[in-house]
Each structure stands twice: as C-alpha cells, then as structure tokens.
Design a protein. Structure first.
Length: 74
C-alpha cells in the first residue's frame, strides 16, 4: 500500500500518481487521502482508470490524520 496524503496540490498530484503507476512491482494499491482540498484534487484522481487507485476524502485534519486514515483503509 502506498498512502499519499494531499491537500490542494492538484497540480502536482498527476505526476505523483504516475510515479507510483510506473513502478515495476505490479501488486500495489494507492490510497490518495484528500485532506479537505478545495481544488481539483478529486477530478485528477478520478481521471485515472486504475482499480488499484483509491480516493479517500476527509475534512481538513492535517497530514498526520490523513496518513492515519490511509493506514486504516489499507
């Protein structure tokens, strides 16, 4: 499992997700934990047609809470 907390970083998110997708190990899951973004984060993640990528949204609680949410979901 790869846990990727994010907040209002839609501009950098596509490259970060692509970096995970380019890994040679095929058996992974990516949990993008959106910590209350107000930008296009949700639509960026939705643009990837890959069942290994999961989007989780939470109200802004901070990066530690986002990581813990991703860990709980993994």
């Amino acid at each position: 499992s790869v846990i990727m907390p994010t907040r209002n970083r839609a501009g950098a998110l596509r490259d970060a997700v692509e970096s995970v997708r380019r890994q040679t190990f095929p058996d992974w899951e990516l949990l993008v934990v959106d910590d209350g973004s107000t930008d296009e984060t949700r639509s960026v993640v939705a643009g990837f047609a890959d069942e290994r990528i999961r989007y989780l949204y939470q109200g802004h609680a901070g990066v530690s809470a986002a990581r813990n949410a991703g860990l709980a979901a993994s």
